[in-house]
Unconditional design. Sequence first.
Length: 135
Amino acid sequence: MGHYEHSTTLRCDADALFNFLADAGNLPEYFDAMTSAEKTGQDEVRVVAEVEGQRREGRAWLQTDPQARSMRWSSEGPNDYHGELQVNHAGDGQAKVTVSLRTERADGPGIRAGLEQTLANIKRLVEGRSTQPAG
């Protein structure tokens, strides 16, 4: 199983950032490849994504812990895909976002690029400018 993790630091309040990121309706605004997300139950979300040029629809599970500013998710399918997003105070009006994924999928470079783009999207949304993913 592959494990991937990337982080970025932003100029914003950690609690406000987590509240935005943890709203299931906001997931497509920053998660690379996700085109829609609709909460259908307490922890269940119906998602649509464009993956490798193909539209994929399915159920995902999203659990949030506002106290810890943490969210965890998993999705149905053969790849045993699950991940976590953590927001921490980084001092001086900054927040650090860390996204980690575990999956059976073997496309390491593609997964890393997706994580980097997701963090770049968050940074662009929060700070209002485009950024280059870390390499």
